[in-house]
Design a protein around this ligand. Sequence first.
Ligand SMILES: [Zn+2]
Length: 221
Amino acid sequence: MVLLFTLLISLIESRAFDNRLKNFHFIFFYDIMFHGSDFMYKKLNILDEKDKRLRNISKDATLPLSKEYKDIIEHIIKELTYSQIEELAEKYNIRPGMGLAFPQLGINERIIVIVHEYDEGKFDNYVVVNPKIVSSSDEMIAAEAGEGCLSVNRDVEGHILRNARVTVEGFDVDGNKIKVRAREELSIAFQHEIDHLNGILFYDRIDKNKQFYTEDEIRLI
Ligand SMILES: [Zn+2]
């Protein structure tokens, strides 16, 4: 089995696929090897914005995390990665998303997962348990197109002011202390996900008296 897998991978490596396609094929084979041959992918059950559990203040998670929680995290990483690869997002009908927080699955514990496409077809995963923003830049930015959320199945227009850079401290799944420095869209993602742990949805932060900013007022990314 492992030999077959290695053969398949080297077959892919030997061809001149671009990175995105390679990633796609890797996940495709991953599906065959570990999830049977029917390619049926079971999607996460993400709560909708109307669900009151999204409004709870979540409690610290107990470390190290259980096997069950680690499996959920793997599932989240997989789904967020799929969601950012067009072919797979279409195939499984997944809306694009960069991050997810445990409360969005109805588990009110402080765990966040972010999958960041730092270069075309290349992804970094961030899993932070009990995250805390320990420092943040004075400079503020906003996502020009506004923010989206996997729990909010509609477009909500408006700019949300976020710190351009944040440093986040917390723990990995085994309880080791970690520190992440995030900037630009990754910084926005961390602030968005940590908001979920405090029962805040992104549109709560849209100023009703000033829904949009100009480039002169704030750096839009
Ligand atoms: Zn969200």
